[in-house]
Design a binder for this molecule. Structure first.
Ligand code: 8YV
Length: 323
């Protein structure tokens, strides 16, 4: 029997590519650009499986263009808001993701953003490199203390819990969170955290607000102008979830007017484009979507995709099926 035809849309860790090449008839896209909607629509008619990433957009149009040959989309990532899963489902296409393996690294990046923006790490580094540092002085580049403060987590899934654990046990922080569904208080207490009924309750108490909900139509602009204004004066916003969870026009205005003190961002609405207004602000730390970017995690993510599509083509249920 011939091997399933697989399209890998981007360069992957080489250990994972090797396994894919052994098991499948693989086309590796060596172009480090995201694939266009047109190219993906064509690929749907040509490949048994496509392995997309967050930067490959798969709207309904991709699924409707041709009679699909594709039977499974093995997404390289836990978030799959770039895929119209209803359209995939209507075409009988299975979608899988990679939960669990990027929890720690993404929580680490949220922690890094909190520390960097509060302690002015980005500004400090730029000052040293530019030669503008004039020497130690008691009032030089004074930041905000993180240890002992209150962090508010929006979305208490795996990554939200991992951040709570770091903040509570590592930084003696008070941790409050909002989650759409109730979390058993005993479970929350294991992470040193307390659930509050409304997003606004979390915003009112938190020195740092960190977003860990999925990107979705429901969560689009969850942090809008009103919610930004409801944050505690002098608070910081951290986003490692998805760009459109925050209304970036409202964010820029809240940062400019001092409604919030600063922001640490790893994700943006139209990646890799980042608004110039954000780049111009010293009280903002900007990372290029590094949440899962460690050798260990990217390899583990790739292995999860391999497990999912291997199970599928062997007639078993893929472990991380979302559709
Ligand atoms: C991934 C992410 O690296 O998994 C996710 O949802 O946001 C990232 O950390 C990215 O999605 C790769 O496709």
């Amino acid at each position: 029997m011939s091997k399933p035809r697989i399209l890998v849309t981007r360069r992957w860790p080489s250990a994972v590519e090797r396994i894919l090449l052994e098991r499948f008839d693989v086309t590796l896209n060596r172009n480090d650009q995201a694939m266009s909607v047109e190219a993906l629509a064509q690929a749907i008619g040509e490949y048994d499986a496509i392995l997309p990433t967050v930067s490959d957009k798969l709207p309904a149009a991709v699924f409707d263009a041709v009679a699909p040959r594709t039977r499974i989309l093995g997404n390289f990532g836990v978030g799959y808001n770039h895929i119209d899963t209803n359209a995939a489902k209507n075409r009988g296409i299975v979608v899988t993701n990679t939960p669990g393996v990027l929890t720690d690294c993404t929580a680490d990046i949220a922690m890094l953003l909190m520390l960097t923006v509060a302690r002015r790490g980005g500004e400090g580094e730029r000052q040293v490199r530019s030669g503008e540092w004039a020497g130690w002085c008691p009032t030089h580049m004074i930041g905000t203390k993180v240890t002992g403060k209150t962090v508010g987590i929006i979305g208490f899934g795996r990554i939200g819990k991992a951040l709570a654990q770091r903040c509570h046990f590592g930084f003696a922080m008070d941790v409050v969170f909002y989650n759409r569904s109730p979390v058993d208080p005993a479970e929350a207490a294991r992470y040193g955290a307390r659930q509050l009924p409304r997003v606004e309750d979390v915003l009112a108490q938190s020195d740092f607000v960190s977003l860990h909900c999925p990107g979705s139509a429901e969560n689009r602009h969850l942090m809008n102008a009103e919610r930004l204004a409801a944050m505690k004066p002098g608070a910081f916003l951290i986003n490692t979830a998805r760009g459109d969870v925050v209304d970036d026009v409202a964010l820029i205005s809240a940062l400019k007017s001092g409604v919030i003190r600063g922001a640490g961002l790893d994700v943006y609405v139209a990646e890799p484009r980042v608004p110039d207004a954000l780049k111009a602000m010293e009280n903002v730390v900007l990372l290029p979507h590094l949440g899962s970017a460690t050798e260990e995690t990217r390899t583990a993510m790739g292995m999860k995709v391999v497990d999912n599509i291997t199970a599928f083509f062997e007639g078993r249920s893929p472990p991380d099926r979302v559709v």
